[in-house]
Design a protein around this ligand. Structure first.
Ligand code: COA
Length: 399
């Protein structure tokens, strides 16, 4: 019987979810049946959290209750703050978030007992604490004391307030809130899948979310927007975008923030983010939107020429860069901001996995040596080329 090997699990359906639907050909994203554009224009991040965790948009009273639970859990335990203080100031914010998140469980009286109620409470705890960890580290690495969350503020406003100590202007709060809504969930993306794999073993929600944060860090997933910012800085002027793209592709490099495994047309979230980036950069008199627009146009033109039929368009990360940058957020924190939105989806997926669990355990086709006898150390000879991990070197064939 022949086995189909699919290294990237492309097109492989590994489960069911009621949380979000990515329709790649149509360029449509929905959360529990609500179109992302509708949610971005009308719902707050807290409403979307409620939708994902509890199955429906909240009533007025349910929203008040959820906000009260978030408010009660936003502050970090003093032990966790002391631990963050011990981290070298030049640490990458995403490393610090991963360490901070994995440490949260050390500072609670009891680990979740596996019941749905305590898992939901833990989900709310993590959603509440993510932005506090990111904002605390933002200040600590600048040599400043962290600022405690303000109980009157929303998730988005609190983050901006905890970074700077100043009340954000309504436009900034609105923009960050919409960003968090847009990033909240995206079906079985790599980090969510990673959370579900961990949850499927019976590990608790803290373990699952720590896996997810680690998986988000890579450039092919949540690490892309910081690299988009590098593109924008290197381009410097809109008219330099096209030669820049040609040079990048000549070096066989990718344009970050472009391309997607699922979307075969422009990512629907890119339109919302583009509009926000435009409004924010006009207000803050920065050039980033104009350069990003020129980069997208140049990339479209050159990719059509050089990779015809490949369907590579702007993804959610592309206009994230000018949007977050205009809010004063440093480029190396962009992935952490992604995590602050996606934590709503991660936790909802973990709850869904717990409710219908089956251990996720795929197979691999073995391509190593045939069975052979144990070799005593005295007679062994080293044959592996350095750095190949025992795999045949690509240029030397399979041997
Ligand atoms: N820039 C230039 N070429 C790109 C590209 C990009 N951003 N994205 C894909 N391609 C090209 C690849 O070079 C490849 O071309 P080839 O067949 O001539 O070698 C082809 O398109 C298929 O790319 P591949 O990486 O195999 O597809 P994938 O489904 O695995 O890719 C991504 C999805 C997201 C990993 C990929 O588009 C990418 O790396 N994008 C940049 C990083 C990024 O923005 N990540 C955030 C995703 S939300």
């Amino acid at each position: 019987m022949s086995t189909v090997v699919n290294p990237g699990l492309e097109g492989v359906v590994v489960g069911e979810t009621v949380l979000s639907n990515v329709e790649g050909e149509a360029g449509r994203l929905t959360y529990r049946g609500y179109d992302i554009h509708d949610l971005a224009e009308n719902a707050s991040f807290e409403e979307v959290m409620h939708l994902l965790l509890f199955g429906q948009l909240p009533t007025h009273q349910e929203l008040i209750d959820l906000n009260a639970r978030l408010t009660a859990r936003r502050a970090l335990p003093s032990g966790l703050l002391a631990m963050l203080h011990a981290i070298p100031r030049d640490a990458w914010p995403m490393d610090v978030l991963r360490t901070g998140v994995s440490a949260v469980s050390q500072f609670i009286p009891h680990r979740p007992d596996g019941s749905h109620e305590t898992s939901v409470e833990t989900a709310i705890d993590l959603i509440a604490k993510f932005p506090t960890i990111v904002a605390a580290w933002d200040r600590m690495r600048r040599g400043l004391e962290p600022i405690a969350p303000d109980p009157k503020l929303s998730t988005a406003a609190n983050f901006l307030f905890m970074r700077t100590g100043e009340m954000p202007i309504p436009e900034a709060e609105q923009a960050l809130d919409t960003y968090l809504v847009l990033l909240a969930d995206h079906s079985f993306n790599a980090s969510t899948f990673s959370a579900r794999v961990t949850a499927s073993t019976g590990a608790d929600i803290y373990c699952a979310v720590t896996s997810a944060v680690s998986t988000l860090a890579g450039d092919l997933h949540g690490g892309a927007p910081s690299k988009v910012m590098v593109h924008l800085e290197e381009i410097g002027l809109p008219e330099k975008a096209e030669p820049y793209v040609r040079d990048l592709l000549a070096r066989h490099e990718k344009i970050m923030g472009m391309g997607h495994r699922e979307y075969k047309i422009r990512d629907p979230r890119a339109a919302q983010l583009e509009q926000m980036a435009k409004n924010l950069t006009e207000k803050s008199h920065t050039k980033w939107y104009l350069i990003a627009r020129a980069l997208e146009d140049a990339a479209d033109k050159v990719l059509r020429e050089q990779k015809p039929g490949k369907q590579i368009y702007a993804n959610v990360e592309f206009y994230t860069a000018p949007t977050l940058s205009s809010l004063g957020i440093p480029a190396d924190e962009f992935t952490c901001m992604f995590a602050c939105g996606r934590i709503a989806g991660w936790t909802a997926h973990v709850l869904e996995q717990f409710a219908h669990n089956r251990l996720i355990r795929p197979q691999a086709t073995y391509t190593g040596p045939a069975v052979h006898p144990y070799e005593p150390i005295a007679t062994r000879r080293s044959t592996a080329a350095p750095g190949t991990n025992g795999h045949p070197h690509p240029s030397t064939g399979s041997g």
